[in-house]
Design a binder for this molecule. Structure first.
Ligand SMILES: NC(=O)c1ccc[n+]([C@@H]2O[C@H](COP(=O)([O-])OP(=O)(O)OC[C@H]3O[C@@H](n4cnc5c(N)ncnc54)[C@H](OP(=O)(O)O)[C@@H]3O)[C@@H](O)[C@H]2O)c1
Length: 376
């Protein structure tokens, strides 16, 4: 009953969002969408920053990579297919003649924890300071349950677990290994309180890192039952997706709590984002796949959905602005928040449950064979 209520609520909010998207798309025809001035202004803070984007070869990730590159960031596209990554890097570099950074491609398959570890260890070994990690890659609602080679339900690992491990390995590795980090941290500790030189124009501390997780409004239909976390019982693609997005949101909030507890001077922050219902392969695939709670509506819904998709879904340009707010907005405004529709919003009550977040963290450490309490 509870699960029906949650799902009904999420579908109702989704329906409102679709309706609002139609309104926005009509407005866009009358007057093309412009990025709000405060977001454009803050985006200048990306100059020279190193930004890793998982799944940066397509959809929202690629669009954000392009925008960050335009503002002078160095980009690493972390992709499961090197060739798709290379094609995206080429397209990004060619589209913006003035980009001052560069675009690298690295292999990362979130469905393999070994691949995640290889990726993070390589970055750490190069002692590069990662300013922004965008945990963006995702899959949505495959109708059949399947497991990764590590034995986890696919969406749980790709959308949540793989990203959690990536963040852990990168951020812990940098804390332990990077001389640059240690120097900047030592500098901050010894500096007098409130010393202005340590803040950039956006109010960021020098060296402060941002962890951005792509969640979704569908987290409202999610529920974490720790005795059935891999949905071995009662699997539906949508429930698996909603659960993975709830876990992601809980992780974003818990990371932020731990950053605050660990080092209040540097101000690393973590943010969760619902980008909107956006016109990408993922959303179109779901709309036209129409496997709603296991009921195959595809033959009826797919042609209709294909026709309506451009009106029901918003452009990646709008989605990029949500991410840009998370990546460059004032830390006090966005730290630990769930950003949706241009500002911090209240997520579901389960997503705000700090006890649940702590428990998930602890179980995640066990699932990834890490010692809790180590690092963060
Ligand atoms: N679009 C929406 O309406 C919407 C709404 C809410 C939240 N989101 C979230 O936004 C994020 C981006 O979605 P999108 O709409 O841009 O989707 P998309 O266009 O389908 O792109 C997904 C990206 O994830 C990559 N990916 C999938 N599995 C991977 C794996 N095992 N390892 C590494 N990369 C993998 C894909 O790589 P390949 O090209 O190799 O497949 C692709 O680059 C997702 O987390 C999604 O849940 C989207």
């Amino acid at each position: 009953m509870d699960s029906l209520r949650r799902r009904g609520y999420a579908y109702a909010i989704g329906a409102f969002e679709f309706a609002d998207n139609i309104r926005l798309n009509i407005l866009d025809v009358l007057k093309p969408y412009e990025t709000p001035p405060d977001i454009s202004r803050n985006a200048k803070g990306l100059q020279g920053k190193l930004c890793i984007i998982t799944g940066g070869n397509a959809g929202i990730g690629k669009a954000f990579a392009e925008a960050a590159f335009r503002h002078g960031a160095h980009i690493i596209l972390a992709c499961r297919s090197r060739s798709r990554g290379a094609a995206a890097a080429k397209a990004i570099e060619q589209s913006i003649a003035t980009g001052e950074g560069n675009v690298e491609v690295r292999e990362l398959d979130l469905a393999s924890l070994a691949s995640v570890q290889r990726f993070a260890h390589a970055i750490n070994a190069e002692r590069r300071h990662v300013d922004i990690l965008v945990c963006n890659a995702g899959i949505m609602a495959p109708s059949q349950r399947s497991e990764t080679s590590d034995g986890f339900e696919n969406q749980f690992q790709v959308n949540y677990l793989g990203h959690w491990l990536l963040a852990y390995e990168l951020f812990r590795g940098q804390d332990q290994g990077s001389e640059m980090q240690q120097r900047s941290r030592a500098g901050m500790r010894s500096a007098p309180e409130g010393k202005k030189e340590q803040l950039d124009a956006q109010g960021n501390f020098a060296g402060a890192r941002r962890l951005i997780f792509l969640s979704s409004m569908t987290h409202r239909a999610g529920h974490l039952d720790f005795s059935n976390l891999q949905l071995e019982r009662g699997y539906t693609g949508f429930q698996g997706y909603a659960n993975s997005k709830l876990a992601t949101l809980l992780a974003a909030k818990e990371w932020n709590r731990r950053f605050r507890a660990c080092d209040s001077t540097r101000q690393d922050i973590s943010v969760a984002v619902h980008p909107g219902l956006v016109d990408t392969e993922l959303a179109r695939g779901w709309l036209t796949g129409a496997d709603v709670s296991g009921i195959q509506l595809q033959p009826v819904v797919a042609p209709l959905a294909r026709m309506l998709a451009p009106w029901l879904l918003i452009s990646t340009k709008r989605a990029v602005d949500q991410l840009m707010l998370a990546a460059t907005g004032p830390p006090l405004q966005v730290a630990g928040q769930y950003i949706a529709h241009g500002k911090p919003r209240r997520p579901s009550s389960e997503a705000e449950d700090a006890f649940l977040a702590k428990k998930l963290w602890s179980i995640t450490c066990q699932l990834t064979s890490l010692q809790e309490g180590h690092g963060h």
